[in-house]
Design a protein around this ligand. Structure first.
Ligand code: FAD
Length: 290
């Protein structure tokens, strides 16, 4: 099933993102989260690839396993840092043989300890280059990419970033998924600017339920997402009360999602961090209201 055919404002789909665990405990957490969230019948799930391609074989294995064991459509994240052109073909063949139809094409974060992304010798510098390569290989994949309502952290200007996104979409993307954001105004403004720039593919909002104060501070520092002042004050007030923090995170994300759905988004992608309770509560609340 090609994800582009599931992205429909009149029947928006929920999707869940997971990462390949590194430990046995992490594996147990993932399996529990997968089981809980599979019960919500997501439109698709996706599996990230660690910075610098550090989990590349695990990513593909996990995608194949989810697809085979649950029947849920699973999308592999493939990064420029993890795949040189000469190695990528074998990965594409493996995915195609397993009937995986969807790939999220990314440049990838710099590996741990590095502040800037360095392409591999002979490798792809930008996600647009990898997108073009996959299209030219002609495997008939449905391809997604990343986009940034508040601008990518490295970009000198949002206009530059949008121009590069247009080139990336023109290289062959079928849809894009946004970086997390906590203020829907950034998303709506971004979609308007993207449409004006001639970017016409579905733009799926990415939502991360806040469950942990330090973690969210770290993520927002890394990806540059703004925490609105009122939410920041509320988080500060409950930072030492894990239950209250989780409730606040669920409440904020639910309100965000309700507004996004009421304004016709084609789907919502949840960054689950391999945990199910918050995402399950949000999706259940949204379904109960529809
Ligand atoms: P690109 O689209 O290549 O853009 C990177 C930067 O280069 C941007 O600033 C862009 O404006 C600029 N740029 C693009 N083209 C040009 C050009 N021709 N000339 C000059 N500048 C240019 N990271 C991982 O490591 N693994 C994952 O699994 C992963 N999953 C993600 C999923 C989603 C939905 C999102 C939103 C992000 C994800 N990331 C992941 C993070 C992502 O890899 C980083 O944000 C990375 O820094 C940029 O990746 P990109 O694909 O957007 O890059």
């Amino acid at each position: 099933m090609k994800i582009r055919n599931r992205l429909n404002p009149s029947d928006p789909c929920f999707s869940f993102e997971f990462f390949p665990p590194r430990t046995e405990e992490g594996e147990a957490n993932l399996l529990k989260a997968l089981e809980d969230l599979a019960a919500l019948q997501p439109g698709f799930v996706s599996v990230t690839e660690g910075a610098g391609g550090s989990t590349r074989s695990k990513t593909v294995e996990l995608v194949l396993r989810i697809k085979q064991e649950t029947g849920i459509e699973a999308m592999a994240h493939l990064t420029c840092g993890g795949h040189r052109p000469d190695e990528l073909r074998a990965v594409l063949e493996k995915l195609k043989d397993a009937k995986v139809d969807n790939i999220l094409v990314l440049r990838g974060d710099p590996p741990k300890g590095q502040t800037h992304f360095e392409p591999q010798p002979g490798g792809f510098r930008y996600a647009s280059e990898m997108t073009r390569f996959i299209r030219e290989e002609d495997f008939n994949f449905c391809l997604g990419g990343a986009c940034y309502p508040e601008g990518h952290v490295e970009t000198p200007s949002r206009d530059d970033d949008l121009r590069h996104l247009k080139a990336k979409v023109d290289a062959g993307l079928d849809f894009v998924v946004t970086q997390l954001f906590f203020d829907n105004a950034f998303y709506f403004d971004f979609v308007e600017r993207a449409r004006r720039a001639g970017i016409n593919v579905p733009i799926v909002p990415g939502i991360m339920p806040i469950t942990n104060y330090e973690q969210i501070q770290r993520f927002t520092r890394l990806c540059g997402a703004t925490v609105p002042m009122r939410l920041a004050l509320q988080l500060e007030r409950v930072k030492d009360q894990p239950e209250a923090m989780a409730q606040l995170g669920v409440a904020h994300a639910t309100v965000q999602c309700m507004e996004l759905l009421s304004r016709g988004v084609p789907g919502i992608h949840f960054y689950t961090l391999n945990k199910s309770p918050a995402t399950r509560m949000i999706v259940s609340a949204l379904r109960a209201r529809s």
